[in-house]
Design a protein around this ligand. Structure first.
Ligand SMILES: [Zn+2]
Length: 436
């Protein structure tokens, strides 16, 4: 559990300062307006494994494989013949410009096989490790510098068979010196059935006291008021809230996730994720506690800073349009709490590259290219990951709605602008701030 009650002591000022430091250090920061913060790792309990309650003992290695360059693409991946357990040993080149990337191809596995991956490298080097399936889809991610970005190890029960795995090793930012690493990969056949974690999601428009996310000081969130976004919409707050609930429900339709509006007497007892709507933040549009692969923590919070959306009033949005913009961001933040990362596909909910005008059009969970701040190669198949996490199967938008959204995003608008994400964000999407 990573409840806000275990939150950090660091002041938000220090947090911003560290965020800015990282901004200077790493062009890869760009994690946009959709920030991610988590309570202090030092005081937090260890992250639960993704699917099972205890970490498995690591069996002895069957072999050690040392990388051979070039191995920067899937086509050039180092082919590792040993199945089962193997150590992947390599060095990320220190070019000082683009980060090196090493890709290994290993024999695949079957559904219910258990994959365990750890990495040993220089502390603070920014090395990340990704496990992908044969379709180059991200299965799991390891970022030793950040417990907001990943658990400390990959411990995954496969949901689907894969002909082979790719293990991708790279650094979140280019270094001017070499970084050695050892990735320890284990595969245990038929280890157990995956657990699906269905989820309750409450969209809170009624305000809340003492909402504390990560390092931030606790805030009181006033009730949602759409007139603070655009006074032309005064009196339509309830209509917009209803639209948002319907849109977020549509985003997750078919999956094991039940969306409720705050105050609904039908909200079941028990853990729930809550997305609060309200408040202004000069640097953020949205904020979630962390990226939680496979939804290991069923009770977390996020905020959509609705008053910050006054940025969009230049477009003179309709109630429907502003609801769509807020719903896109709400589903994005919920996506983080369910384990999803950033992509670069303007139609995808986890995208961070859309212009302001493009953000006002319906987005949906779809397979999309990962954002380079996550990984410079590979895809995130959100419909599959959400189904593997929550159970069920995503229905997705109709072909007509997809076409409509695609057409709408092609329209030029002289008022359009790109959200200055590096200015709006205090988030580093990959680094723990207390370690800097
Ligand atoms: Zn985000």
């Amino acid at each position: 559990m990573l409840p806000r009650a275990t939150g950090a002591r660091a002041s938000s000022l220090a947090y911003v300062s560290v965020g800015m430091t990282l901004l200077l250090l790493a062009t890869s920061v760009g994690c946009d307006f959709l920030g991610l913060i988590v309570p202090a790792p030092a005081s937090a309990p260890s992250w639960p494994t993704e699917v099972l309650p205890s970490r498995p003992p690591r069996p002895p290695s069957d072999g050690i494989y040392t990388e051979t360059e070039p191995n920067d693409t899937f086509e050039d991946a180092d082919v590792v013949a040993a199945s089962g357990d193997v150590d992947l040993v390599g060095t990320l080149a220190g070019t000082g410009s683009a980060a090196d990337i090493d890709i290994f191809r290993l024999p695949g596995g079957q559904a219910e096989d258990r994959v365990h991956v750890t990495v040993e490298t220089i502390t603070g080097s920014g090395v990340v490790v990704a496990l992908l399936d044969a379709r180059q889809r991200l299965l799991a991610y390891l970022d030793p510098m950040s417990r907001l970005n990943s658990p400390p190890e990959i411990d995954l029960i496969l949901r689907e068979p894969t002909d082979h795995f790719f293990v991708v090793v790279t650094s979140l930012f280019p270094m001017s010196w070499e970084i050695p690493y050892t990735v320890r990969f284990s595969l245990e056949p038929v280890a157990g059935r995956p657990l699906y974690r269905s989820q309750v999601l409450v969209l809170n428009f009624d305000g809340a006291d003492d909402v504390r996310i990560g390092y931030r000081t606790s805030v009181a969130i006033p009730p949602f008021d759409v007139s603070l976004i655009d006074e032309r919409l005064a009196g339509q707050t309830q209509i917009v809230a209803e639209h948002i609930v319907a849109m977020v429900r549509e985003d997750f339709r078919g999956l094991g996730l039940a969306v409720y509006r705050s105050g609904d007497p039908a909200i079941p007892q028990g853990p729930r994720h809550t997305v609060h709507f309200g408040l202004y933040d000069e640097r953020l549009l949205g904020l979630a506690e962390n990226i939680d692969p496979y939804n290991s923590n069923p009770q977390q919070e996020a905020i959509v800073f609705t008053d910050s959306f006054a940025l969009f009033s230049v477009f003179r949005p309709s109630a429907q349009q502003i609801a769509q913009t807020l719903a896109n961001v709400a589903s994005h933040e919920a996506g983080h709490l369910l384990g999803l990362r950033h992509t670069r596909d303007v139609h995808d909910i986890m995208d961070t590259t859309a212009s302001a005008r493009q953000m006002m059009v319906n987005q949906w969970f779809r397979s999309a290219q990962l954002h380079e701040t996550v990984l410079p190669v590979g895809f995130q198949d959100s419909p599959a990951l959400l189904a593997w996490t929550l159970g069920g199967q995503l229905v997705g938008p109709t072909a007509g709605k997809v076409f409509e959204a695609q057409m709408a995003r092609l329209m030029d608008d002289p008022n359009d602008f790109h959200i200055p994400r590096e200015l709006l964000s205090t988030c580093t999407c990959g680094q723990d701030h207390d370690e800097w």
